[in-house]
Write a new protein. Structure first.
Length: 114
C-alpha cells in the first residue's frame, strides 16, 4: 500500500486518539471563551460602577474669580482663596464641611515669608 491510501482511513486506535484530541480542543476552547467573557464582564462592571454616583455639589461663599488653587485627595479638597480675605480651606468632599481654615496675613512690615 502506498502512503496516499493510508491517509484515507485511520486504524481504530488512532481514531480514538483523534476523537480525544477533538474533545480536548472543544473543552479547552470553551474554558478560554468563558474566561474571556468573565474578564469582559468584570471590566464592564468596574466601568459602570465609576459612573453610578452623582457628583457632589458644595455651595461656596466666595466667587470663582477669588479661587487661586485646588488640590484633592483622600476625600478632602484643599482650596486656596485670594481676594479681600485670603485663606486656605480644607473641606470634606462627601459632606462639604470645612475641616480646617487657615487665614493668610502678611506680617506687619509687609514681608510675607522672609
Amino acid at each position: 500500500m502506498s502512503e496516499n491510501e493510508d491517509e484515507g482511513e485511520l486504524d481504530p486506535a488512532m481514531e480514538r486518539v483523534r476523537r480525544k484530541l477533538v474533545r480536548l480542543l472543544i473543552v479547552s476552547s470553551s474554558i478560554m471563551i468563558l474566561g474571556f467573557a468573565a474578564v469582559v464582564a468584570g471590566i464592564f462592571y468596574r466601568v459602570s460602577e465609576m459612573d453610578s454616583g452623582p457628583a457632589a455639589a458644595v455651595a461656596l461663599e466666595f466667587g470663582t474669580a477669588d479661587l487661586i488653587a485646588v488640590s484633592a485627595g483622600d476625600d478632602q479638597i484643599v482650596l486656596t482663596i485670594g481676594g479681600a480675605n485670603p485663606r486656605i480651606e480644607v473641606r470634606s468632599v462627601p459632606e462639604g464641611t470645612v475641616l480646617g481654615l487657615f487665614t493668610l496675613r502678611p506680617d506687619a512690615a509687609g514681608r510675607a515669608g522672609q
